[in-house]
Design a protein around this ligand. Structure first.
Ligand code: SAM
Ligand code: DTB
Ligand code: SF4
Length: 334
């Protein structure tokens, strides 16, 4: 498709501007987001990212949404770091199923300079050698650790803001919002692309959602990927009894992310298992152009639609899995 990008991205959004976008009549909002989406992207292409939990549970953090925090009594089984060969076998299957990105997640607070990190480095090298975009989400990183991951061939690092700065302490007490910003800066400076978004349905207000999106949209370079997760309610966590996220809240959040960060991939992340195909179609119309699949019909520890089901949905909607890996970040972003 001929690229028709005439504008550059904006990085000076006010919260009021975002709120005005978010609160528009729904159909106006979706129309605007769909228009921006078509200006910047092939709207029939959806990036498929395969997610694998390489280390599960037993995390020392207290994120109130997460089933992997050691302190909550959940049904999740702790699994120490998987062997490199097992992870590479999963990556190879992901590639066969049409995925262009492979994301390895670990339930760590932060990366430590130990043999587990050495193994992650080997996994990154191995997955990169298969021609897949390699992504990791391992918790906080130092500048040196980010550089080491970059040298091993890491393409993207996922580190979500999760919620607004104002609401952060209500959800997580074992780290600060600023810690998240710091790691994102280390990733950016190391030359790794940034994947950062958040969760809705934690009990936050619309103003918190806007504040989180404003932090992302006012970064000097927008995150190349923005995952929007609906809370996956895990029994045993403090947020287990929260109400299900309303689909229109997902659509509004996705549309606002699309309009304010037009060059980014907006990923419809956790929560799809509780959405119908029609509801997911609204999210794609609102500018989502990426999703997570997992071979075992899970995200990390919660259920997710299976790959076959997803492929059928894309076919029903006339959408195609993106075949090319993105070599560079968008030149006009920043
Ligand atoms: N431990 C690392 C960290 O927190 O950055 C990496 C893995 S963590 C599971 C990655 C992201 O998954 C979190 O930042 C959060 O946004 C999302 N997440 C975790 N549990 C979730 C849940 N129950 N529902 C929706 N998103 C969730
Ligand atoms: C992201 O934003 N969503 C993914 C990925 N990054 C690592 C994780 C979602 C986790 C959902 C709940 C679970 O299965 O643990
Ligand atoms: Fe640990 Fe990440 Fe879960 Fe928080 S979200 S408890 S840091 S695995």
């Amino acid at each position: 498709m001929e690229q028709t990008k005439k504008q550059t991205t904006r990085h000076d959004w006010t919260k009021q501007q975002l709120l005005d976008i978010y609160n528009q009549p729904l159909l106006e909002l979706v129309y605007q987001a769909a228009s921006v989406h078509r200006e910047w992207h092939d709207a029939d292409q959806v990036q498929i990212s395969t997610l694998l939990s390489v280390k599960t549970g037993g995390c020392p953090e207290d994120c109130s949404y997460c089933g992997q925090a050691a302190r909550y009594h959940t049904d999740i089984k702790v699994q120490s770091l998987l062997p490199t060969q097992t992870v590479l076998a999963h990556a190879s299957k992901a590639k066969e199923s049409g995925s262009t990105r492979f994301c390895m997640a670990a339930a760590w607070r932060e990366v430590r300079n130990n043999s587990d990190f050495d193994r992650i480095i080997d996994m990154v090298k191995g997955v990169n050698a298969m021609g897949l975009e390699v992504c990791c989400t391992l918790g906080m990183l130092s500048k040196e650790q980010a550089e080491r991951l970059q040298e091993a061939g890491l393409y993207a690092y996922n580190h979500n803001l999760d919620t607004s700065e104002e609401f952060y302490d209500e959800i997580i007490s074992t780290r600060k919002f600023d810690n998240r910003i710091q790691t994102i800066e280390h990733v950016r400076k190391a030359g790794i692309t940034v994947c950062s978004g958040g969760i809705i349905g934690l009990g936050e207000t619309v103003s918190d959602r806007i504040s989180m999106l404003a932090t992302l949209a006012n970064m000097p370079i927008h995150p190349e990927s923005v995952p929007i997760n609906a809370l996956a309610r895990v029994a045993g966590t403090p947020l287990a009894d929260m109400p299900k996220v309303a689909v229109w809240d997902m659509v509004r959040t996705i549309a606002t992310a699309r309009i304010t960060m037009p060059s980014s991939m907006v990923r419809l992340s956790a929560g799809r298992i509780e959405m119908t195909e029609q509801e997911q179609a609204w999210c794609f119309m609102a500018g989502a152009n990426s999703l997570f699949t997992g071979e075992q019909q899970t995200l990390l520890v919660t259920p997710n639609p299976g790959v076959d089901e997803d492929m059928q949905m894309l076919q029903n909607l006339g959408l195609k899995p993106m075949t090319q890996r993105k070599e560079t970040a968008c030149a006009s972003n920043g």
